[in-house]
Write a protein that binds this ligand. Structure first.
Ligand code: HEM
Length: 208
């Protein structure tokens, strides 16, 4: 089935159709939530780091001045892009991705038979010190293992839009407000289809 062009081919086995239908229901419902959850974690990280809030404000001021950011301005915001990617690495809304194996195959040294559901542990790969280094200060040794938007030809079609939404939201919030974490905030990430804050994120918001 080719969902990108809206063409449905019935040549694939019924199991593929069922899988894709389930997938579409899941992702269609979750898309706005994915962006909201990603924004929530990013704001939590920024609220706990005043230094990065200041850096992002300075970057936005330099690029936009007093104007509302447009697409070209948002594209130039390198530090903001880095912050969002770091937030997506640590708190990827989609922690587990799946692929069904349609024919017998070899994955490295492992024989994987047809019909197996492969689970890709995104969160584990995003925090593996063998890949990122013990304190994550160096360059990532295996950049393809950073996959908040999935992998391969079926990765997230909305990732550029999602990045722009996140950039716009964070820039507008930081231009007007200073954020800090409420003493009542309880840090408890929980996997409920998406990685969500179990008790929400409590922020103290101060007008600049
Ligand atoms: C931060 C927000 C988002 C995250 C973390 C996210 C993540 C993902 C992930 C992990 C997948 C599965 C990719 C794979 O199986 O390899 C996916 C698929 C998809 N996403 Fe997103 N997504 C986000 C926002 C959006 C938005 C805003 C849209 C559209 C407006 C969108 C459209 C899609 C579509 C159409 C697919 C299915 C692609 C396909 O199967 O060919 N996503 N997304």
């Amino acid at each position: 089935m080719e969902t990108r062009k809206g063409v449905i081919s019935l040549k694939r086995p019924p199991s593929a159709l069922l899988l894709i239908t389930a997938r579409l229901y899941t992702w269609e419902d979750l898309r706005p939530l994915q962006s909201a959850v990603a924004a929530t974690w990013c704001l939590m990280l920024l609220a706990s780091n005043q230094g990065w809030q200041d850096r992002l404000r300075a970057e936005a001021k330099e690029i936009c001045g007093e104007r509302i950011p447009d697409y070209n301005m948002l594209r130039k915001m390198k530090q903001l892009t880095m912050v969002i990617h770091e937030s997506l690495r640590l708190y990827s809304p989609v922690m587990v991705n799946t692929r069904e194996v349609f024919k017998d195959m070899k994955l490295g040294n492992i024989n994987v038979p047809k019909g197996i559901q492969l689970w890709i542990m995104v969160g584990t790969s995003h925090t593996n010190p063998d890949i990122w280094g013990p304190d994550v200060t160096g360059a990532c040794k295996e950049p393809h293992l950073y996959m908040p938007f999935g992998v391969g030809p079926r990765n997230c079609l909305g990732q550029d839009l999602a990045m722009m939404e996140l950039k716009m939201l964070i820039t507008l919030i930081l231009s007007k407000f200073s954020l800090s974490l409420s003493p009542n905030y309880i840090h408890s990430p929980v996997l409920r289809l998406l990685l969500q804050p179990e008790h929400g994120i409590r922020l103290l918001v101060k007008k600049l």
